[in-house]
Design a protein around this ligand. Structure first.
Ligand code: ZN
Ligand code: ZN
Length: 246
């Protein structure tokens, strides 16, 4: 399994950057996009052409996670017309709210598939299991394994997510870190870097990858805050950050 970060900022990107989007590839060459934020269709060209994406998995329908879905559908459309793509783009995401979930479907170019609590899907050589997070949506994170290593994508998450749905000791745990503790607002369904670190410690993660950074804060400040609460490896999910597992 390989993961490449395309975008890590929220709720809007820094100049020349993108909001959440992660390119995931398995050892069979299946190419998936985890979330599809603003700027992802442009920056993905540094690694692959947008038309090469086999499927997109959307955690929820907030703009910072879906802004570029329409242009990925256009890329698939053009590729189908000119014969450089053989099949439709599959877009996985929650079935709710129905008006937002509609964005997954475009003519016969993209096919919508639902994800839900505890659901398993096989994609390429990997098995995905979804869990609902404490976030407006609904919003789902996922645990993915190819039988050798494991990765958890926490999507957007408030502090009340039930992490018991996630197996212990993931090789990689990607968690949002929207705030430094000093900037945290009560009642907002996002995590601080400290809260992300405490979850990583509880799950005994081998490697915590922080993401979903406010664009006016230096990402390394989140890493510094997390270090006081988690003794494992911590990285910032900056554009181009790459992990090769298995
Ligand atoms: Zn959100
Ligand atoms: Zn978000």
């Amino acid at each position: 399994m390989k993961l490449t970060v395309i975008g890590c900022y929220s709720p809007f990107p820094k100049a020349g950057e993108a909001t959440p989007g992660y390119l995931f590839e398995d050892h069979t060459g299946t190419k998936l996009l985890f979330d599809c934020g603003s700027g992802v269709a442009s920056h993905i060209h540094k690694w692959i052409n947008p038309k090469e994406v086999d499927a997109i998995i959307l955690s929820h329908y907030h703009h910072d996670h879906v802004a570029d879905v329409g242009v990925f559908q256009y890329a698939a459309y053009m590729a189908l017309l000119n014969g450089s793509r053989s099949g439709p783009l599959t877009i996985y995401g929650p079935s709710l709210p129905p008006d937002k979930a509609e964005i997954r479907t475009y003519k016969d170019i993209s096919v919508a598939k639902d994800i839900g609590q505890g659901q398993d899907i096989e994609l390429g050589s990997c098995r995905f299991r979804f869990f609902q997070t404490d976030h407006q949506g609904p919003c789902y994170g996922w645990h993915v394994t190819d039988g050798r290593s494991s990765l958890v994508y926490g999507a957007d998450s408030g502090p009340d997510t039930d992490w018991d749905h996630v197996p212990l000791r993931p090789d990689v745990l990607i968690l949002e870190s929207s705030f430094l503790e000093q900037n945290k607002r009560t009642g907002v369904k996002h995590l601080s870097a400290k809260e992300a670190a405490l979850i990583a410690a509880r799950l005994e993660a081998k490697h915590l990858v922080l993401t979903h950074f406010y664009p006016e804060v230096d990402p390394y400040q989140y890493v510094q805050e997390a270090k006081a609460f988690f003794s494992g490896k911590i990285s910032a999910a900056l554009m181009g950050f790459h992990l090769s597992l298995s």
